[in-house]
Ligand binder design. Structure first.
Ligand code: PGA
Length: 221
């Protein structure tokens, strides 16, 4: 075991993720770096297309997705749930209701993530299964900008609950909408063709052993 650790004194762990994972990955990396101070981290937050390009270049040890892209030769390890919740500004009339029908919620001015976003994909697939077309008025390629647009009273949205765990989300209200939250999952993925480096293996074990507890503390799951 000790010799293992010695071998890990230096090196780089490379992770890239689509934007919504950026809220929790740093909270895994912080304690990991304390345990292994010699390991450098290269953490890329990009849009899904760029993450897929990085997969093609073979530079990263891990990719983090909730909607794992189809057609890539990936090993997939599920990590934790990713609930997508309905949000509105705290003054929105819907906040007065105890329970809102999915149809009524989707008739509000709806703000949605950009084409290619995993969050958007999950929402579209879910609403299609319910035969509901949302009243999309605005497409925004950023969770934070969606939160600010909701705060400004521009409309409602459905986002990962993890986007609400910090800062900007003050005054955003989660609305109790029928059939929600939409349940998806975060996964760590790596290319099947690529052998995991010793550092990557240690990180994977660390995530399996300590990841859940850390997330419970940080995200108040
Ligand atoms: P995104 O993240 O909505 O920010 O793209 C989710 C995912 O990777 O599936």
């Amino acid at each position: 075991h000790l010799s293992n650790l010695r071998g890990l004194k230096s090196g780089t762990l490379r992770i890239s993720c689509a934007t919504t994972a950026k809220y929790f990955i740093p909270h895994l990396l912080g304690p990991f770096c304390k345990q292994y101070p010699g390991i450098d981290i290269q953490f890329t937050v990009a849009n899904r297309q760029q993450v897929i390009e990085r997969y093609e270049q073979g530079v990263d040890d891990f990719f983090v997705f909730s909607y794992v892209p189809e057609g890539l030769d990936l090993e997939v390890r599920e990590f934790m749930s990713n609930d997508l919740v309905a949000i509105a500004n705290s003054e929105h009339p819907l906040t007065k209701h105890k329970k809102v029908s999915l149809k009524a919620f989707c008739q509000e001015n709806f703000i949605i993530r950009e084409e290619g976003s995993g969050t958007r994909y999950a929402i579209e697939r879910f609403l299609q299964s319910k035969n509901i077309t949302p009243n999309v008025r605005m497409t925004i390629a950023s969770n934070e900008a969606i939160i600010h647009s909701v705060l400004s009273g521009m409309g409602v949205s459905i986002l990962s609950a993890h986007t609400l765990a910090f800062g900007d989300s003050y005054n955003v209200k989660v609305i109790d909408v029928e059939s929600l939250p939409i349940q998806s999952k975060w996964s760590f993925c790596w290319a099947k063709s690529k052998q995991l480096s010793p550092i990557a293996k240690v990180f994977l074990d660390y995530v399996a052993n300590e990841g859940k507890d850390l997330m419970t503390k940080v995200l108040k799951l």
